[in-house]
Ligand binder design. Structure first.
Ligand SMILES: NC(=O)c1ccc[n+]([C@@H]2O[C@H](COP(=O)([O-])OP(=O)(O)OC[C@H]3O[C@@H](n4cnc5c(N)ncnc54)[C@H](OP(=O)(O)O)[C@@H]3O)[C@@H](O)[C@H]2O)c1
Length: 248
């Protein structure tokens, strides 16, 4: 049996992060999930004894330090940081305001950077790994999504730059670029009404070559794979798990 590892997943109380937490936990790893609300964290913790939770906002620099310290305090090591929490909005250029751009970039770019910095010595000690969660729109343009897309493009390039910078320390850095996946994201993070979300889902289903939207576990299984020994000679890659949408 594989040795038990310690994993941090930001935004691990819903959708893709929750599915990854359950997969890691069920293979025996210890998982710390974060989120801003206690309720969903407690619900996810109740699903597996290997899952612990911390209320922390990825947009907060202080919370980045606190998150890493919590995992180290609990289990004394860190093997994998999954930068999964995301922010976004349907945001046409005509509606752009400085705070709205800052809100997106503070969760998708600044937060992952500060978490990664705080994690560095611990990941070096375990020859660990960072996995960033991007989107099809991190490498494909989309009208009305420019700042979300640009923030994910930044995260994909951080992935490649950190991979080079951290390879001498034995730390691998990869990303999973998820395609449209069933989760709370359209009505939550993207702020759509239930009706508008359904219309987007129909349109996406029609465009995805494999003919369906993803489910969180489609993405979670690759997050777990990138953290594991099968990926030990792989770094700096952005793996598209998107039903072929990025090709269409
Ligand atoms: N679903 C998709 O179609 C899709 C496609 C491509 C990429 N992605 C990416 O996948 C990642 C996960 O999305 P999802 O679809 O699984 O979303 P989700 O179901 O809405 O879950 C988001 C999770 O992140 C937490 N969260 C949100 N903002 C946070 C913050 N500032 N600090 C800490 N936690 C925060 C949420 O909990 P709280 O609200 O309680 O904080 C929740 O646990 C995101 O990076 C997203 O951009 C999703």
């Amino acid at each position: 049996m594989q040795e038990s590892k310690v994993i941090i997943i930001t935004g691990g109380s819903s959708g893709i992060g929750r599915a990854a937490a359950l997969r890691f936990a069920s293979q025996g790893d210890k998982v710390l999930i974060t989120g801003r609300r206690a309720g969903p964290i407690e619900k996810t913790m109740a699903e597996h004894q290997n899952i612990a939770g911390l209320i922390a906002d990825t947009a907060s620099a202080e919370d980045a330090e606190r998150t890493i310290a919590e995992a180290i305090g609990k289990w004394g090591r860190l093997d994998t940081l999954v930068n999964n929490a995301g922010a976004g909005a349907i945001l046409p250029l005509s509606d752009v305001a400085a705070e709205r751009i800052a809100d997106i970039f503070s969760v998708n770019v600044v937060g992952p950077s500060l978490l990664a910095r705080a994690a560095l010595p611990h990941l070096q000690a375990t020859r660990g790994t960072i996995i960033n969660i991007s989107s099809t729109f991190g490498h494909r343009p989309a009208a009305g999504l420019s700042h979300y897309a640009a923030s994910k493009a930044a995260l994909e390039h951080l992935t490649r730059c950190w991979a080079l910078e951290l390879a001498p320390l034995g730390i691998r850095v990869n990303a999973v670029a998820a395609g449209p996946t069933e989760s709370g994201a359209l009505t939550g993070m993207m702020g759509l009404s239930a009706e508008a979300a359904e219309a987007v889902k129909d349109e996406e289903r029609a465009r995805i070559p494999l003919g369906r939207r993803g489910v969180p576990d489609d993405i979670a299984r690759w997050i777990v794979q990138l953290a594991g020994p099968a990926s030990q000679w792989m770094t700096g890659q952005v793996l598209a798990v998107d039903g072929g949408l990025g090709l269409a």
